[in-house]
Design a protein around this ligand. Structure first.
Ligand SMILES: *Cc1c(COP(=O)(O)O)cnc(C)c1O
Length: 373
């Protein structure tokens, strides 16, 4: 095959250089570069509207947003979560002194299997941290019912759901709180960044203090805070990117549809599909390679695509309960569905400016894998 430019699994969208420069121009006059300035305030207001959430607190990144959210609820003991996620989810729980209890996932959309939650609840359980993985929504109604019955909190890792709605409601409006990530690789970004969206107004001050070292006044520090503030330059990038978000998602939709048309019906390949009543954001395009039906493995497909210059990601592999640092608190054997999915899943390249010719090339390569075996 002729030499072509490598295709990455993702590529950050950016506003024009001029648009960003115009957005940050005022910072040279105010000299207010961080610590909840004008850009920070404007972005919070605009995001509350766009995301349809009652309250939001911007953070330096998604990981710290999750750490701060868990800390703000004063949780203790055990937290039920899934291992089919990015390292951040489990780390945020453990770094808060909490013990993750791993629940298995569903075989179709890879979110937490709600039928398995109740058997994991003990008198030490204080919260559930489910993940809307790939922007697929968890069964939020069932999770709400369980949380109410046992009087425990629900904090979603909603890092993948920017712009997603379920039954017309913002994805980050469910549960007690949701964490969003605005990392450069996400659908909407502030270079690095994140947010906590929350229901109860009383959480506003604690989150504000926690992200600024726990400082409540010049001489008053009551909580063990951190530094998790979003800077004005990050917020400015967010203000620019928010202007283009509809087009960003629309372009991603075209890429996803091209994959679906090309791969649908291919034996042994399970193609990502939109969920019912969900307006998707096309953040990822995961496929599953089922070796018994396809004739070769996920790793074979990964290698073949790499040979023709296409970077894909084994996302999420390994499971977090297979990490060295979590050997003592869980094992992939406890979550057999997640374990199997982690060995079959492959995220294909998707970003707004990925051209459809590249999608065809990728799909042809996958078809060839099957023929060669
Ligand atoms: C990206 C991501 C995070 C962490 O967000 P950062 O902004 O990179 O800190 C957490 N959870 C999931 C599922 C993610 O994909």
């Amino acid at each position: 095959m002729e030499k072509q430019r490598r295709i990455n699994v993702t590529q950050s969208s950016m506003p024009s250089f001029e648009e960003y420069v115009e957005e940050i121009r005022s910072l040279w006059e105010t000299r207010w570069l961080t610590n909840m300035g004008a850009k920070h305030k404007e972005l919070e207001e605009k995001l509350c509207k766009y995301l349809q959430v009652p309250h939001i607190s911007l953070m330096v990144n998604g990981h710290m947003a999750l750490e701060m959210a868990l800390q703000a609820f004063n949780l203790s003991g055990e937290v039920i979560t899934t291992p089919f996620t990015f390292a951040s989810t489990t780390h945020a729980i453990v770094r808060n002194g909490l013990v993750p209890v791993f629940c298995d996932i569903r075989d179709d959309d890879y979110t937490i299997d709600v039928s398995k939650i109740e058997s994991l609840i003990s008198e030490r359980t204080s919260a559930i941290v489910p993940v809307h993985v790939y922007g697929n929504m968890c069964d939020v109604e069932a999770i709400d019912r369980i949380a109410e019955k046992y009087n425990i909190k629900v904090v979603y890792d909603a890092a993948h759901t920017f712009g997603v709605t379920y039954k017309g409601k913002g994805a980050a409006s469910f549960g007690d709180a949701s964490m969003l990530s605005f990392h450069a690789t996400k659908v909407f970004h502030t270079i690095e960044g994140g947010a906590v969206c929350f229901k109860d107004e009383d959480l506003e001050k604690p989150l504000y203090y926690l992200k600024n070292f726990g400082i409540q006044g010049p001489e008053v520090i009551k909580d063990v805070g951190a530094n998790a503030k979003m800077s004005e330059f990050q917020a400015a990038m967010g203000l620019c990117n928010l202007r283009h978000i509809a087009e960003e998602i629309e372009k991603r939709r075209h890429v996803a549809e091209a994959y679906q048309e090309n791969l649908d019906g291919l034996k042994g390949i399970v193609v990502w599909k939109e969920q019912a009543e969900v307006e998707a954001n096309y953040a990822y395009f995961p496929i599953r390679v089922v070796p018994e039906n396809f004739g070769c493995t996920r790793d074979d497909v990964f290698d073949r695509l790499a040979e023709i210059g296409v970077n894909t990601r084994k996302y999420f592999y390994p499971l977090t309960n297979a990490f060295d640092c979590y050997m003592d608190i869980g094992s992939p054997a406890d979550t057999p569905v997640a374990y199997r999915v982690s060995k079959e899943i492959l995220c294909l390249p998707i970003y707004a400016d990925l051209d459809l010719e590249a999608v065809r090339r990728i799909c042809n390569c996958i078809r060839e894998c099957q023929r060669i075996g």
